[in-house]
Design a protein around this ligand. Structure first.
Ligand SMILES: C[S@@+](CC[C@H](N)C(=O)[O-])C[C@H]1O[C@@H](n2cnc3c(N)ncnc32)[C@H](O)[C@@H]1O
Length: 306
């Protein structure tokens, strides 16, 4: 383990420069630190005096900052691109309704987030396959949803409720402005709520969050590609996320290929998801394989916090 003092030093340095979640700083810093044997051998043995002057530490910090800079730049670019596409979508929906053109713009917005981009060829039948098993839901919760809300037209549902959560308020505001325009064409009651999944480690927070947002009961909860990512950020976090889910079915997925490098990761993701579900005594009721994604359907039948 890397001593806390070092981690706190890195976080304070980076937070002076960038507005970024602390967990994300830790994840990126750890990913470089563990690859540096010289640095790890020294600090794990407790020799931390003067660590900030070590050339290995300086190099790790430099790489961490560089990755954060590129990630934030990419996020900004994607957000700007989305805003332009959204204006177009608004115009087309007003003129043509959910036409072919409108679907094309939905797809372009979905492609501004790597997770939904990878699902793009699958969307036309993605939900059909899932709802074949769960039945057509009336209430859906989509956790850490990314840009997935822009796949609403692919759900082919009518008269339903769709609630989603994301980490950044800015993303929730963007998604909520979409809900405003799409609800004129699809009979859906939808809203996006800001939620940092790490806050769910507090039972008190979880209960309050459910009550305040009226999240008592769902037919299906989506945890698409979230569990592997969250477990990498903090091992063991999944039980806090899953235990509160007030739902009949949970749809959990993982990637088959790594999102950035394209490496085969299906086995690793499946192992991780199965371990998490085992620890929670939850059984997989169905497994669906798509080209780029492996989906597990879990029957929970539990509408209370446990
Ligand atoms: C792998 S993506 C999956 C997105 C979406 N579920 C999908 O499959 O299209 C993970 C999502 O988790 C969100 N996220 C990351 N850390 C989070 C946190 N601490 N709390 C809530 N959401 C978080 C990210 O913003 C990102 O959109």
């Amino acid at each position: 383990m890397i001593p806390r003092q070092i981690v706190e030093f890195v976080k304070s340095k980076i937070k002076k420069q960038y507005e970024i979640d602390e967990k994300e700083i830790e994840r990126i810093f750890f990913s470089y630190a563990i690859k540096d044997k010289k640095f790890m051998d020294r600090v794990v043995n407790g020799k931390i005096e003067g660590f900030e002057r070590l050339s290995s530490f300086k190099e790790i910090l430099k790489k961490t900052k560089k990755e954060i800079y590129y990630n934030l730049r990419q996020y900004k670019r994607n957000a700007e691109q989305r805003k332009v596409l959204f204006k177009k979508l608004k115009r087309i929906l007003e003129k043509e309704g959910i036409s072919e053109n409108a679907i094309k713009i939905h797809e372009e917005i979905l492609c501004t987030h790597i997770s939904s981009k990878e699902r793009i060829d699958t969307y036309p039948f993605f939900y059909d396959r899932i709802f074949e098993f769960t039945g057509k839901p009336k209430r859906i919760l989509d956790i850490a949803c990314g840009m997935n809300p822009f796949s609403l037209p692919f759900m082919k549902l009518n008269d339903f409720t769709y609630i989603c959560t994301e980490l950044k308020q800015e993303d929730c505001d963007f998604i909520n402005s979409y809900f405003k325009i799409i609800s004129k064409h699809i009979n859906v009651e939808a809203k996006a709520i800001r939620l940092n999944l790490f806050d769910l480690t507090s039972e008190e927070f979880g209960k309050k969050f459910i009550e305040e947002n009226d999240l008592m009961k769902f037919d299906v909860v989506f945890l698409l590609k979230d569990i592997p990512v969250m477990e990498r950020l903090r091992k063991g976090i999944s039980k806090y996320i899953i235990r509160w889910l007030p739902t009949n079915y949970i749809v959990i997925s993982g990637s088959k290929k790594s999102m950035v490098k394209g490496k085969e990761i299906k086995k690793r993701e499946e192992r991780l998801i199965r371990r998490v579900l085992n620890e929670l005594n939850l059984n997989i009721a169905s497994k669906i394989e798509f080209e780029n994604e492996i989906v597990f359907i879990v029957k929970k039948n539990n509408h209370s916090y446990r």
